[in-house]
Design a binder for this molecule. Structure first.
Ligand code: UTP
Length: 313
């Protein structure tokens, strides 16, 4: 937050007077309406966001992250198979009664935790016409405020508070903020990639352009967009005008590209731990990493894993 009397470190930083409530980020939008085709057949009747990472669905980690960043108004964009997501964030009276009868207080607390986490709202994206279209479905709930978007299958380690940092950048610079991660040159073509220029802060950049899945060799940088955004409400107007792009889908990247070219997008360079659960290989990696770090599992799981790997080597 900028304090009166302090010189802005960058000419493009907007000077907010006091705590600017109109610009405070209070709402999180979690799109979870995609078809999850990379994870079929598991995702035929279950959203991929509900697949467990050890013993919690991926989407619960994401909602916990939003809450940890101070956003306890959470709008989930759901589609088919919405019921399992709704049930997960609701009370489960029969289960709670059974656990109470057994005096299993630990499990009871775990069952209740997801229903007490946040104020969860739902909107349905009838036709999954892309991430941009999913975000547009949040317009009525969010209104004329900046808001965070957290992809429901993309996990950020709780020890690396990326979203808090992004909200802080939004408060100081205004506009929209994307999270960027550096990848090997041969991987850039798989993602949305950012053209960036430095600010006076080490891990904050100005995003000057965005290129979705650049042709190999033509990428403007090795920094790709990952699944956290803080969007200015201006993004809604642009999304309404954005024609379907690749695969007939309305892309959030296309709308952010318009804002980037107007100088309205910053990037936070993320050096922390991110786990993708939306495809099989990364999901397996995530599961093993989380299991190895769980105090209640690690002491048995790690020796077993070592032995197993020695056996197949
Ligand atoms: P993905 O592109 O990873 O999801 O979208 P997908 O389309 O379900 O995946 P595949 O390629 O078919 O396997 C990133 C996030 O945006 C949501 C997804 O649920 C995921 O959390 N999404 C995507 C929507 O909510 N609606 C859409 O129309 C598309």
């Amino acid at each position: 937050m900028y304090h009166p009397g302090e010189r802005p470190r960058d000419a493009s930083i907007r000077v907010w007077s006091m705590v600017d409530t109109a610009n405070a980020v209070t709402k999180a939008v979690v799109p979870a309406a995609g078809l999850g085709t990379r994870f079929l057949p598991a995702t035929k009747a279950t959203p991929k966001e509900m697949l467990p990472v050890v013993d919690k669905p991926a989407i619960q980690y994401v909602v916990e992250e939003a809450v940890a960043a101070g956003l306890d108004d959470v709008l989930l964009i759901t589609g088919r198979s919405k019921v399992s997501i709704e049930n997960h964030f609701d009370r489960a009276y029969e289960l709670e009664e059974a656990l109470t009868a057994k005096e299993d207080w630990d499990k009871l607390a775990e069952v209740r935790a997801s229903s007490e986490l946040a104020t969860v709202h739902y909107v349905r994206q009838g036709d999954p016409k892309g991430l941009g279209h999913a975000v547009l479905c949040s317009a009525q709930h969010v209104g004329d405020e900046p808001f965070a978007v957290l992809l429901g299958d993309d996990l950020i380690d709780v020890r690396d508070p990326l979203l808090t940092q992004m909200i802080d950048v939004r408060q100081r610079y205004g506009g929209s903020v994307v999270a960027l991660m550096e990848v090997d040159p041969e991987e850039v073509a798989l993602y949305g990639c950012a053209a960036i220029s430095p600010t006076n802060e080490d891990d904050v950049v100005t995003v000057t352009d965005l290129v979705e899945k650049p042709v190999p060799g033509s990428a403007p940088s090795r920094w790709i967009i990952i699944g956290r955004y803080v969007c200015d409400p201006a993004v809604y107007g642009i999304l309404r005008e954005t024609p379907p792009g690749r695969g007939g889908e309305i892309q959030l990247t296309d709308a952010l590209k318009v804002l980037a070219r107007q100088g309205e997008v910053r990037g936070v360079l993320f050096h922390g731990r991110r786990y993708d659960t939306g495809n099989k290989l990364d999901y397996l990696r995530t599961m093993v990493q989380f299991a190895c770090e769980r105090p209640d599992l690690a002491s048995e799981f790690i020796p077993w894993l070592r032995k197993y790997l020695d056996g197949i080597a």
